[in-house]
Design a protein around this ligand. Structure first.
Ligand code: HMG
Ligand code: MG
Length: 301
């Protein structure tokens, strides 16, 4: 194997995907400080919150305040999850750079997560994508449960491809394929990516792994071999989806960076600054973060 990319882009989703699933409500000022620390660590993209209904995701109900107070560094894309036109209004008002629309390849998960069938979701997202583009925003699309659903089990690759194509035809600039509950294995990632990449350019695809079964890094390796160079992760391994039973932490940014740097693959991230940011959010949450890097640090390594 000698076709590793020389550099990859890591998109930090901890302030959104990480904090949305934490029982503890992190103080708004701590979120802002943490995001500012992440901005200093070298990310090109930070998903800082969600403009969803506060009853559905109370942890992120302060999205407007966070958006208004973070120090925006030139060159960094500040992204937020946007489920519908109402969410987009807030994203426009708060000058978000990238709106991230989301839906699921599983009918049941889609319904539980955004209260719509898959067919009902398309026009809602289409409106968001069109309006966001008119405002000059970048648009990302998330497709969840690509490798399995807690309610529906296996998801046929054909469904993934059909929905992915529709999202790209709507105009999303990038599509992030989500292993929402962390059930994917490397062989499955290989098989799904083979099929997806017959239909969609690899430059449009990002991978979004959760680490429930400890397989996220192995799944990244297979994706790297397919030439995918954009990965979502959350510092310290925070994360999960409250509307997907069994979903636990995201692939940990610090573990991903450790592996990639060890392989000589550039990320543009500063490991020392990442460590400081991970220690800060660990303290704010009052619990040890699950990443390997943080376990080593917490044991005094
Ligand atoms: P709904 O109840 O069907 O919405 O929720 P509705 O359109 O029927 O409106 C009902 C009320 O909600 C109305 O208020 C609306 O104004 C209000 P009322 O008139 O009753 O006073 N409303 C809103 N309020 C604030 N912000 C909004 C908004 N929209 C409507 N944007 C909705 C539909 C999509 C809003 C709801 O289901 C929701 O907020 N869901 C969010 C679920 C979520 O955030 N899940 C986690 C993120 S996805 C994820 O983690 C997976 C990912 O990481 C990838 C992976 O791992 O696979 C991305
Ligand atoms: Mg996720």
């Amino acid at each position: 194997m000698n076709n590793w990319p020389s550099a990859v882009t890591i998109k930090e989703v901890g302030p959104r995907d990480g904090l949305q699933n934490e029982a503890i409500q992190v103080a708004t000022e701590d979120k802002i400080h943490w995001i500012d620390m992440l901005s200093e660590a070298g990310f090109q993209s930070i998903e800082f919150s969600s403009f969803v209904h506060p009853k559905w995701i109370p942890q992120l109900k302060d999205a407007r305040e966070v958006a208004g107070h973070i120090k925006r560094k030139p060159g960094i894309m500040y992204a937020a999850l946007v489920p519908n036109a109402k969410g987009l209004e807030a994203a426009i008002e708060t000058k978000v750079d990238e709106a991230a629309v989301f839906m699921s390849a599983s009918e049941t998960h889609n319904k539980k997560n955004i209260n719509k069938t898959i067919d009902e979701t398309f026009p809602v997202l289409e409106e968001v994508v069109q309006k966001a583009k008119q405002q000059g925003m970048r648009v990302r699309g998330y497709l969840s449960t690509v490798f399995g659903c807690p309610y529906a089990g296996d998801i046929p690759a054909e469904n993934v491809i059909t929905i992915s194509r529709r999202l790209l035809d709507m105009g999303v600039d990038e599509l992030s394929l989500g292993d929402t509950i962390g059930v994917a294995n490397p062989r499955q990632v290989d098989e799904v990516l083979q099929k997806v990449l017959e239909n969609i350019s690899k430059d449009k695809i990002a991978m979004h792994f959760h680490n429930t079964q400890g397989m996220a890094l192995a799944n990244v390796l297979v994706s790297l071999q397919h030439g995918i160079t954009t990965y979502d992760s959350a510092l310290g391994g925070l994360g999960g989806c409250p509307y997907a039973q069994g979903a636990s932490g995201n692939l940990a940014t610090d573990d991903l960076v450790h592996m990639l740097h060890g392989m000589g693959i550039k990320t543009g991230l500063n490991e020392e600054k990442l460590k400081e940011a991970a220690l800060f959010i660990q303290k704010a949450l009052g619990k040890e973060l699950p990443s390997h890097q943080m376990q080593i640090l917490n044991r005094g390594g």
